[in-house]
Design a protein around this ligand. Structure first.
Ligand SMILES: [Fe+2]
Length: 262
């Protein structure tokens, strides 16, 4: 009987783990299951991951990208478009991972702070969507990027200085480490999916562009041929219809002159 209960519990925990790994982590975390069961979930060799160190390293990476953007110009290794695309991908996946895995737990430590952070994500996403579609020479791009950078820095400061402390006070070290593993897995999954999608749409755009070029080439070749078909091949051929017309007209004149003489 005791063994049956243990086996049953193992089955339930297994289902939750597989749900989390299949991307159902939102449901699991919303049910409040993650931090409690988390202690027993990851006992393998990669079981330890400090969630705060993970977030801090991602914050620093994005900050470096903003700094790289600030120094774009002559001699820069990468163009503005490329840097914005990387900021977009990293920041979008970072924010999504926080919203799915981290914030539902942070809410238990400080609900108001978490709600504020979620709203800030919303504002960051709006600006990110705008700068991503702008041309690198657009006059307002630099201004928008400056505002975006400041918004992200303010958001990061609140997370690192306030939210992290409240989370440390609320959860055990083991719970936080397991949460960190789940966050890392989710982020990697989101980023891989986003990069695959970006690659596929680039390939699609390239295929569309070359198909369009081939179509334009074929139609200009065809119109060239039809023009040459309409064009007489030689000067003799060009003169022939004119000669025939002149012949007909002079025959007509002779005949009308003869009829007048009659
Ligand atoms: Fe955040």
């Amino acid at each position: 009987m005791k063994n049956d209960i243990i086996e049953g519990a193992k089955g339930i925990i297994g289902d939750i783990i597989s749900g989390v790994r299949k991307g159902n982590s939102k449901d699991a975390s919303q049910k409040g299951l993650l931090p409690n069961i988390a202690d027993t979930m990851h006992t393998g060799e990669d079981a330890s991951q400090d969630p705060f160190e993970l977030l801090k390293s991602q914050h620093q990476e994005v900050d470096s990208l903003f700094n790289e953007f600030d120094h774009t110009g002559k001699g820069a290794a990468r163009g503005r478009k490329q840097i914005i695309e990387e900021i977009y991908q990293k920041l979008t996946c970072h924010a999504k991972m926080e919203e799915i895995i981290f914030y539902p737990q942070a809410k238990k430590a400080d609900e108001d702070l978490t709600l504020e952070a979620t709203e800030e994500h919303g504002m960051v996403k709006i600006l990110l969507g705008q700068v991503r579609t702008m041309t690198p020479t657009d006059k307002t791009l630099i201004a928008k990027m400056k505002v975006l950078k400041e918004m992200v820095q303010h958001h990061v400061k609140e997370e690192e200085n306030e939210m992290f402390e409240k989370m440390r006070a609320k959860f055990s070290k083991a719970q936080l480490e397991t949460l960190g593993v789940q966050m890392k897995e989710e982020f990697d999954r989101l980023l891989e999916r986003m990069q695959k999608g970006a690659k596929a749409s680039k390939a699609k755009a390239r295929a569309g562009a070359s198909a369009g070029a081939a179509k334009r080439g074929a139609s200009s070749g065809a119109s060239g041929r039809s023009a040459s078909a309409r064009k007489p091949a030689t000067k003799t051929q060009a003169k022939a219809p004119a000669k025939a017309a002149a012949k007909t007209s002079s025959a007509k004149s002779r005949s009308s002159a003869a009829s007048m003489q009659r």
